[in-house]
Write a protein that binds this ligand. Structure first.
Ligand code: KIV
Length: 271
């Protein structure tokens, strides 16, 4: 008898079906094996190896310095933990901006060297040609519009985008361009909820929001943020589902106390 394990993976088709049925899509980031295993076993639909690893793993202020090699290193660790979720990988700054060919080559490298199910890249109209080239080759692409952190020096701040009519119009055009280019889903970051509603009504692919209100087909957060680990970061769009900083801090203090008082290890913990 075959012992083949039947694993039901979340794919682009699953996400389209969830949207059709009106079932919201859940997404979180992971950068390491243990976290990815916990998220996957809890039933998350999408795990993103985000270039936000710059902020929460490397302690760098912007995502610009992250390299292809670093994204691939983290993705390999995360991929080993996942049985069900769709694994999406951020294409780092300057891995796709130079030309569609360069973007295609780097997207292909991510797919060949990791077990990713898709890549994500930032931008709308200006990256549409690249999205088309990558999706035409069979690589699923997730778009990312609104506040796109790789353009932070052009924006000048992390404030919400699309508040004035001109910018709102551009963001709607970006969403349409990303869909038309062949993306299977789109992350919408930090824009007014009513603009998100307009976008979600005018495009067919699933919209995944972060700071974009409730009118999305799904939501994504940076995992260390929602677990309360990123203690100096308190944007309005993050809901804190745990106070892990406190849990860790108290555990470490107790451990130090036990070591100093020779309470650890006990006889049972020794050989
Ligand atoms: O890098 C990241 O974690 C992201 C999410 C915030 C969507 O792009």
């Amino acid at each position: 008898m075959s012992t083949e394990k039947v694993i039901k993976r979340v794919t682009t088709k699953t996400l389209a079906l969830l949207k059709k049925k009106g079932i919201k899509i859940s997404a979180l980031t992971a950068y390491d094996f243990i976290t990815a295993k916990l998220l996957d076993e809890a039933g998350i639909d999408i795990i993103l190896v985000g270039d936000s690893l710059a902020n929460v793993f490397q302690g760098i202020e912007t995502t610009l310095p992250v390299t292809m090699d670093e994204m691939i290193y983290h993705t390999k660790a995360v991929a080993r933990a996942i049985n069900r979720a769709m694994l999406v990988v951020d294409m780092p700054f300057m891995s796709y901006q130079l030309s569609p060919d360069e973007g295609f080559r780097n997207a292909g490298r991510i797919m060949k060297e990791t077990s990713a199910g898709a890549v994500k890249l930032e931008g709308g109209l200006r990256v549409a040609e690249t999205i088309k080239k990558v999706t035409d080759a069979g690589i699923p692409v997730m778009g990312h519009i609104g506040l796109t952190p790789q353009s932070i020096y052009q924006f000048g701040s992390y404030r919400e985008r699309g508040k004035d009519e001109k910018e709102a119009k551009e963001i709607l055009q970006d969403a349409k361009a990303v869909e038309e280019a062949g993306a299977y889903a789109i992350v919408i970051e930090k824009i007014p909820a009513l603009l998100t509603k307009k976008i979600s009504e005018q495009i067919k692919i699933p919209t995944i929001g972060i700071g974009a209100g409730v009118y999305c087909d799904g939501q994504i957060l940076v995992t260390p943020d929602m677990l309360g680990l990123n203690v100096d970061f308190h944007p309005r769009f993050v809901r804190y589902y745990a106070d892990q900083a406190d849990v860790i801090s108290n555990a470490v203090k107790k451990y130090i106390e036990d070591v100093k008082a020779t309470n650890f290890p006990s006889a049972e913990e020794s050989y």
